[in-house]
Design a protein around this ligand. Structure first.
Ligand code: APR
Length: 309
């Protein structure tokens, strides 16, 4: 029997994620949205591509949650997206309400699932999902690090005119603005990045990756990125469904690791069928450690605002 993935939010990120999973054919998909007809129409359209792509997976759309029951993975993308001039934090209270109502349903219908939180600001939304679901912290993870790392690797590969496959990198911390690239672990086929790109140019590349989401929002004007985000989500879905135990940068609940307690922050995680099975503690230099702490502080600020709301 195929495994089951629910994607909540049939907008740009959600529908593209559902499509990518369907195309690969290894899981059935339930697409949920609050807008009547939207998930049903998109799901049917995707389903009708099956004979061409050779996918026998099932995909259905729904405005309610009964059909999501017993999902192995639930991806939460429902919420509002950024417009030019908005920061991810501007979405906080609106998306908090949306994520709360969604998690009440998904955690009830799929108590054993792993939730991947994508709705921004996602570190704070993961914290909210944990609170509402009552699930174990390792069963709730956020998607950001893979995307930030992918943007960073894209620009490094372009700069050096090498394959993206040859560039290894890790980005930790919050999504975007407070992301922390680990320079020590960035290398091209084993050669440290510091030997290949001079520091001021490297900082420019880091900054472009940091602003990667805003760069796209400024082009699109009416929404935010979704092709690279959905590809990042699918990498996490596959690590979980296939119990790959892949080490990926994800937003996970820290219990003292990196000196941070009780908060969701982007760190390398061993991702498998139990969710965030292990937090990997990289050796960071003082500057990286304090940048990670700053990232955690900004998540804490958002969590405090949510608690007072
Ligand atoms: N329940 C279900 N779906 C909802 C709800 C809700 N309570 N509220 C909103 N939605 C749906 C909207 O109807 C819309 O179809 O969420 C979808 C969001 O889609 P888009 O507006 O296209 O936004 P998208 O680009 O997909 O981004 C979604 O992901 O990357 C983050 O910052 C981004 O927070 C944003 C989220």
């Amino acid at each position: 029997m195929r495994q089951k993935v629910t994607v909540v939010g049939a907008g740009n990120v959600g529908a593209t994620t559902a499509q990518r999973i369907f195309d690969k054919g290894y899981a059935d998909v339930t697409l949920v949205d609050i807008v009547e007809g939207l998930p049903q129409g998109k799901a049917l359209d995707i389903l009708e591509s099956g004979p061409i792509l050779g996918s026998d997976a099932k995909i259905i759309g729904s405005n309610t949650y009964e059909e999501t029951a017993n999902s192995d993975v639930v991806v939460v993308t429902s919420g509002i997206a950024r417009k030019p001039g908005m920061s991810r934090d501007d979405l906080l209270l609106t998306n908090m309400k949306i994520v709360t109502s969604v998690i009440e349903e998904t955690s009830k219908y799929s108590p054993n699932s792993i939730h991947i939180i994508v709705t921004n600001p996602l570190d704070a939304m993961a914290q909210q999902a944990l609170k509402i679901s009552g699930h174990a912290p390792q069963k709730i993870v956020g998607m950001a690090g893979i995307l930030d790392t992918s943007r960073y690797r894209t620009f490094l590969a372009e700069e050096l005119n090498v394959s993206v496959d040859s560039v290894a990198a890790y980005v930790l911390g919050g999504h975007g603005d407070t992301m922390v690239p680990v320079i020590e672990s960035t290398n091209v086929a084993g050669t440290p990045i510091s030997q290949l790109i001079e520091p001021t140019r490297l900082e420019e590349i880091v900054q472009r990756a940091r602003d990667g989401g805003a760069e796209i929002v400024n082009y699109l004007k009416t929404g935010s990125a979704y092709y690279a985000p959905s590809a990042s989500i699918v990498q996490m879905v596959e690590a979980i469904l296939f119990d790959k135990k892949e080490i990926l940068p994800c937003t996970a609940y820290l219990n003292g690791e990196y000196g941070i307690n009780g908060l969701y922050v982007g760190v390398p995680v061993k991702l498998g069928s139990e969710g965030a099975e292990e937090i990997i503690e990289l050796k960071l230099n003082d500057q990286e450690l304090s940048a990670l702490q700053k990232s955690a502080d900004s998540v804490k600020e958002l969590v405090d605002i949510m608690q007072k709301a």
